[in-house]
Design a protein around this ligand. Sequence first.
Ligand code: SAM
Length: 219
Amino acid sequence: MSTDPNEAFHDLLRGMAALSGNRIVADVARLYGKAAAPDLSIACNHKQIASKQWLVEALAESLPKPEGPVWVLGAWYGVLGALLLEDERLSISEVVSLDIDPGCAPVAQTLNHRHVAAGRFRAVTADMMAVDFAAQAPAPGLVINTSCEHLEDVPGWVATLPKGLPLVLQSNDYFREPDHRSCVSSLDAFREQANLGEVWFAGARPTKNYTRFMLIGRR
Ligand SMILES: C[S@@+](CC[C@H](N)C(=O)[O-])C[C@H]1O[C@@H](n2cnc3c(N)ncnc32)[C@H](O)[C@@H]1O
């Protein structure tokens, strides 16, 4: 029997995919068959998945048919993109999955291989602070940033976005994490930090170690 954890995850997840018929589980299993990154299990853990399912639920109520590609910023390994493109309540032409870490794009493309083949997913390596969303063609229909806590200057970043652009933003109060630079202590503090022109959804989701906050609206 192999002691390689990736091989064990691969085997287990293939079994779970067969049992559940869930295509995302099958795609994660496939990824584990192809030398997965060590922190892939963190990106796919129950807390990460729950926060993204929360987002998908809220989006299905607030903006199920964005009028243009959906950009996911700080997208890590593209798990949110996979959930967005699988949900039948949402009508999304394309997901652009952006992360500053060059190790993320190949993993995100492999995870979303079915959508890459259908022309509905692409992963790019860039600093979200340097992207000019007004210059993108086609224009984004929605920009999602679930990594606001990682930015140095959230109000400064929001101010660079085109007025009226639909946004989904998540942050948290996990101040202890060294990579977190813009945590907020409450949902009200997040509303103030983001300063959106319109808010369609505002919610807080407590977890064991921290509370995650989400805003959906437009700049
Ligand atoms: C730990 S991960 C995701 C955490 C987040 N709460 C989530 O689950 O969506 C944060 C990601 O943001 C990325 N990131 C941080 N600053 C960024 C920037 N300026 N532009 C693009 N990606 C960035 C990191 O490379 C990392 O992959």
